[in-house]
Design a protein around this ligand. Structure first.
Ligand SMILES: N[C@@H](CCC(=O)N[C@@H](CS)C(=O)NCC(=O)O)C(=O)O
Ligand SMILES: [Fe+2]
Length: 230
């Protein structure tokens, strides 16, 4: 297997590459449009065929590269059926499996809350959490069908029931963290550790974050796999 964590500085986003060393099939999770050349070079360097470009949700702060990757490399694009996307090849539902080979696959886990269509992806013991669960944080819940009570349930009733050693690879990090695990987030995440649902909702209702700078461009573009504003 081959695994890479790639960082997009301007939006503090992580993109993940997972590939099977036997079939050379690869999947990218949450690719960013302006980094497409980097992905194409990385795939070529390792002689990989990109078969899927997956998004954990319709992003509000950057534009996905999924549509461009499809055009350039012929992969399939996929995003949750609940994201109201127009042109994705596949609508993802809870428990859908993306197969790289006989031995390697990635499972979708529906975790609404940051947005109505937010998903996590599980590959081996690697959990790609998108903006559902961040290291010492979580995605905001004040737009795109976000809901704090729903996010609390997704994190505590779904993600926190995975084995404690499961590695947490977030969709963003604004503080220089790369990876965490379920046990650390249960014990240390300031929004979740020893917090009731009511306390969590109170925290989320008082974040007072400015809207992402690109939201009005990014959301419609991402509903079209990142292609509509090109
Ligand atoms: N300053 C950033 C804000 C980005 C932002 O709001 N990110 C969302 C994810 S789409 C979030 O949930 N952030 C969580 C946080 O800032 O704690 C921008 O303008 O793009
Ligand atoms: Fe997001």
């Amino acid at each position: 297997m081959l695994f890479r964590q790639l960082f997009h500085k301007e939006s503090s986003s992580y993109t993940y590459l997972v590939a099977c060393s036997e079939t050379r099939n690869a999947i990218l999770i949450d690719p960013v449009n302006t980094d497409i050349d980097k992905y194409v070079a990385l795939l070529a360097e390792h002689n990989l065929t990109l078969i899927y470009a997956l998004d954990t949700h319709v992003h509000a702060d950057h534009i996905t590269a999924s549509g461009l990757l499809k055009r350039q490399l012929g992969c399939q694009t996929a995003v949750s059926t609940l994201c109201h996307a127009n042109n994705a090849d596949l609508g993802i539902n809870d428990a859908d499996i993306f197969t790289l080979s006989e031995h390697e696959s990635i499972k979708a886990i529906s975790t609404p809350g940051h947005t109505a269509g937010s998903l996590c992806f599980l590959w081996r013991d690697h959990l790609f959490t998108g903006d559902t669960l961040l290291i010492n944080g979580c995605g905001r819940t004040d737009f795109q069908g976000g809901d704090a009570a729903t996010l609390y349930n997704s994190i505590t009733k779904i993600l926190f029931t995975l084995p404690n050693e499961t590695l947490v690879y977030p969709g963003h990090d604004y503080a220089g963290h790369y990876v965490s695990n379920i046990a650390q987030e249960k014990m240390k995440n300031p929004r979740l550790a020893n917090k009731t649902k009511a306390q969590f909702i109170e925290i989320m209702d008082n974040l007072n974050l400015p809207y992402p700078k690109l939201i009005d461009i990014a959301v419609p573009a991402n509903r079209d796999c990142g292609l509509s504003n090109l």
